[in-house]
Design a protein around this ligand. Structure first.
Ligand code: ADP
Ligand code: MG
Length: 535
């Protein structure tokens, strides 16, 4: 055989082509989905993640499991990033996204085996997606009252925490989300603006929302007042250290005289800074880096209480609630950079001094998350994050759908009726898409110890038999009864279901588009970064 240029170029590469590339990719997706499928739904089981030497994490959260997985396969990585994207955009539906993707791929592989070209499948999947999204919009509605709204948020965390904790987290998530009402911002708005603080003692049910910013910090000089009814605040995004700390090696001390002169000059400079702040009538100063001890004393004498070592993101929140600008250099604070706060107080939580600062601008809250052990607190925090994310997004788009597999079962029935209106082989892909949707009721049934085939058939039949609102019938995972999900209070937000289905279809199609997988071989010439860095 004549060696072409291409073959030479690919000499050091393992190559999987066409069908075997697809088989290999689908295998990876199936394996990954298998790892999270058993967590789906309120009766899903938890996973324990153990890292070498690190503490174990117990979680029911799909994206947490996946992000901890150390997988190399590119298709598996693609699924993980699809799940992460779902987490960022919707905060919920991460497990659903992964199992839907894997199911779409398995059904596509079946079609490829029976001779349907991947491009036809991709096309059919796109048509089915568009039709599904339209249909979801048609069956969705807005919550009728506050208790329905609470039920939507509670559904999103059912299974992650027990129901009493779920109700409590739902309340505080809605309370915190209301603070952000009507504000613009990207996907991470609620994560940036709601400070979550893990507090060591107390039970989970003592978790609470506090207006303002609470941080585990205490004032630098105990001689300054612990509380205040408000005043003027400056924020320094830098430090107020003495110059010797900043440039320690660069001065050469030749005599005690010179040393004294140097100290005096540095004190003088410090004095100038403090005078400037005092002239701006500031009584509260918060600094990102350090503050020199003698500066703290001068500040106290000038009636200014100071705090140091605040993280940048905390300073940003503080800046937002007080209107104070973050100034890099304490010598350059101007009147317009000064903000106002309405109260400051210190108190201990589990033996650690915390300071709370409130501002007139509002718009920032702190959630104190309590729990008996670090792993409980972490899992409660994750559940709270989901609840908050869902509550916040619902305030922008409150349309809801039936949960408990109702939506997916309805869509599957709808697509099967719709498929014949489409041309030739695309019909097969639309039917494959419909069958893939049924993974949701199937996994919910499996995880509840019910028979998945019976459940899907019964659910489908119950929906078809209903004279109206059949789509709203879903599966009660405790009894296995087919009941109206609005009566059972099991709702999924439209934006979660919408994003999950669109994300899964996009991920599946991007795997189907792959015709060739080239694996670079690791050889002796791979640079050894470790030894190069030591050199
Ligand atoms: P995801 O990571 O995809 O959000 P979850 O484990 O949160 O996975 O499970 C979500 C699924 O569980 C949704 O399909 C939702 O409708 C369903 N579900 C939640 N609570 C109930 C319930 N009480 N009865 C039936 N299904 C439920
Ligand atoms: Mg969920």
């Amino acid at each position: 055989m004549v060696e072409t240029e291409h073959d030479v170029a690919l000499e050091d590469t393992d190559r999987l082509h066409g069908r075997s590339a697809l088989v290999n990719n689908v295998k990876a997706a199936t394996a990954l989905a298998g790892a999270v499928r058993s967590t789906l739904g309120p009766r899903g089981l938890d996973k324990m993640l153990v890292e070498d030497g690190g503490p174990a994490t117990v979680t029911n959260d799909g994206v947490t499991v996946l992000e901890a997985a150390k997988v190399e396969h590119p298709t598996a990585r693609l699924l993980i990033s699809t799940s992460s994207a779902q987490d960022r955009a919707a905060r919920d539906g991460t497990t659903t996204t992964v199992i839907l993707t894997s199911e779409l791929l398995q059904n596509a592989l079946e079609l490829v085996r029976s001779g349907v070209h991947p491009s036809i499948i991709m096309n059919g999947y796109q048509i089915a997606l568009a039709e599904s999204l339209d249909e979801m919009g048609r069956i969705s509605r807005t919550p009728r009252d506050d208790s329905e709204l609470r039920a939507v948020v509670a559904t999103s965390i059912s299974g992650k925490v027990d129901s009493a904790v779920g109700r409590h987290l739902t309340e505080i998530a809605i309370e915190a989300a209301e603070e952000l009402d009507g504000e613009d911002g990207g996907h991470d708005l609620e994560r940036m603006r709601v400070k979550r603080l893990l507090i060591k003692d107390g039970g989970t049910l003592d978790s609470e929302v506090v207006r303002g910013l609470v941080l585990p910090k205490s004032r630098m000089d105990v001689a300054s007042p612990a509380d205040s009814d408000g005043g003027r605040i400056a924020i320094i995004d830098g430090g107020m250290e003495s110059p010797e700390l900043e440039l320690d090696a660069s001065i050469e001390v030749t005599s005690t005289e010179a040393l004294r002169g140097f100290h005096e000059r540095s004190r003088e400079r410090m004095r100038e800074q403090v005078d400037l702040l005092a002239s701006l009538e500031i009584d509260l100063l918060v600094v990102r880096d350090g503050i020199a001890e003698d500066a703290a004393t001068m500040l106290t004498d000038a009636g200014i209480t100071c705090y140091r070592r605040y993280d940048r993101e905390d300073l940003e929140l503080l800046s937002r609630i007080t209107g104070a600008a973050m100034v890099r250099d304490a010598r350059r604070v101007r009147t317009e950079d000064v903000g106002t706060y309405t109260s400051r107080s210190e108190r201990s939580y589990s033996g650690v001094k915390h300071t709370r600062i409130d501002g007139p601008e509002g718009g920032a809250v702190t959630v104190l998350i309590r729990g008996s052990s670090p792993s409980v607190r972490e899992e409660v925090k994750r559940a709270f994050d989901d609840a908050l994310g869902v509550a916040h997004r619902l305030s922008r788009d409150s349309r809801i759908l039936p949960g408990g597999g109702g939506t997916q079962t309805h869509l599957a029935r709808h697509l099967r009726a719709y498929a014949p209106s489409q041309s030739g082989r695309e019909q097969l892909a639309i039917e494959a898409f419909a069958a893939a949707l049924e993974i949701v009721p199937r996994a919910l049934a499996e995880n509840s110890g019910l028979d998945p085939i019976d459940e899907i058939l019964e659910l489908s039949a119950a929906q078809a038999a209903a004279s109206e609102g059949g789509a709203w019938i879903g599966m009660d995972v405790v009894s296995g009864d087919k009941v109206r999900m609005d009566e059972a209070g099991v709702f999924d937000p439209l934006f979660v279901a919408h994003h999950a289905l669109a994300g899964a279809t996009e991920a599946a199609n991007s795997v189907l588009r792959i015709d060739d997988v080239l694996w670079a071989k690791q050889d002796a010439q791979t640079p050894d970064w470790q030894s190069e860095m030591e050199d």
